[in-house]
Design a protein around this ligand. Structure first.
Ligand code: CA
Length: 368
């Protein structure tokens, strides 16, 4: 607060000085600074997360606080948890029609708008967090994402990443592919489609509804994120087995949705602040998950006696094969999907080649 007070006082002093200068010199530069809008802009941010939910909801809070702070209070963003203003899965439409100027969620929740949106969140056996950022920022991913959202008057931005997730919580052991038959599991996006091909029944539920569904037996298993978030939801109380790795979400990108008209009304510096605050939060959330997941895993294992298991190799191999089919079939549906798929596929090939010699080779060496 003190810092903001200081900034706002300094701003008033500078403006007063400029107004004097303006009267004396009337230079173009001074006029353009003096003509800056001074009114405060208020934005609402609706989210798909429970209010203040660790990592995800707090990431949205951080984004709002950062925009407010970086703009010295000229753009103030107020965050609404799921159901406070609109339900979780109505965030996209709410920002599209301007009910809120901004949203925070994940692009795979909008697969009903277009299946290709899932590429901008997570693809089974696809890119890691680091690779997603490479594709989005430098290899055309963000342009494709923006091209699709534009028709809904939306601008997307990467605004958080969970890193590699966990495979999920299961009420029974998964020892073979037969154990996936008839399995009712909360698993969103393309991972859900892969589970379906493997004989399971995928269910899509917002975070806030998972615990009771698992407890009542409406679902047999669920994935959510990783130890930090899963500990917060208390899944260890109702499911015995915690499987890894999260083959279905290897580096899920979370998104900020920005209403195009609201964005257009901002001054150039506020536009830059909004987009760069998204970049900061995109990195910071990943750093937070990297820091907190292992401590949470330790708590789950040592205090709550959770049974942590790796999926059997033949199960992973079959899921990998099915994932390849599912992802490729999306490309065949329409020209836009094909462009997204081709862009993603090309980058994935490069990432595998380079990371085979760098990240992957190093990690294998480090843990050998
Ligand atoms: Ca997940």
């Amino acid at each position: 607060m003190k810092r903001r007070d200081f900034i706002s006082k300094a701003g008033v002093a500078a403006s007063a000085g400029l107004l004097t200068a303006c009267g004396k010199t009337e230079t173009g530069a001074v006029e353009s600074v003096a003509a800056k809008p001074t009114e405060t802009v208020h934005w609402k941010m609706v989210t798909t997360w429970p209010k203040n939910f660790p990592g995800l909801g707090t990431g949205a809070n951080n984004l709002a606080a950062l925009i407010t702070e970086m703009s010295a209070g000229r753009l103030q963003v107020k965050v609404y948890g799921a159901k406070e203003l609109v339900p979780a899965f109505e965030v996209f439409d709410a920002v599209s029609r301007g009910t809120a100027e901004m949203g925070h969620g994940a692009a795979y929740y909008w697969k009903g708008k277009h299946e290709a949106t899932q590429f901008f969140a997570a693809v089974p056996f696809g890119l890691t967090a680091q690779e997603m950022n490479g594709w989005l920022y430098h290899a055309g991913g963000l342009e494709l994402w923006g091209e699709f959202y534009d028709q809904f008057d939306l601008i997307p931005a990467a605004a958080g990443n969970t890193g590699v997730q966990m495979g999920g919580w299961f009420n029974k052991e998964i020892n073979s592919l037969a154990d996936l038959q008839g399995l009712k599991m909360r698993i969103p996006g393309l991972g859900g489609e892969v589970l379906k091909r493997a004989g399971g029944t995928p269910v899509s539920l917002p975070g806030g509804e998972i615990f009771t569904s698992l407890q009542s037996g409406a679902i047999d298993a669920t994935e959510w994120v990783g130890p930090y978030n899963d500990l917060a939801f208390g899944f260890y109380k109702i499911a015995k087995h915690y499987y890894y790795p999260g083959w279905h979400e290897p580096g899920t990108t979370l998104e900020a949705l920005i209403n195009k008209q609201a964005f257009a009304l901002l001054s150039e510096d506020l536009k830059s602040i909004v987009m760069n605050a998204c970049k900061v939060v995109n990195q910071d959330m990943l750093a937070e998950y990297t820091y907190r997941n292992n401590a949470a895993l330790k708590t789950l294992v040592e205090e709550h006696k959770v049974d942590v298991r790796r999926f059997p190799e033949d199960v992973l191999a079959e899921l990998r094969r099915l994932s390849g089919d599912v992802v490729k079939e999306i490309a065949e549906r329409d020209p836009f999907s094909k462009r997204v798929y081709e862009s993603y596929r090309e980058f994935r090939e490069q990432a595998i080649a380079w990371h085979g010699l760098s990240e992957q080779a190093y990690m294998n060496t480090r843990s050998a």
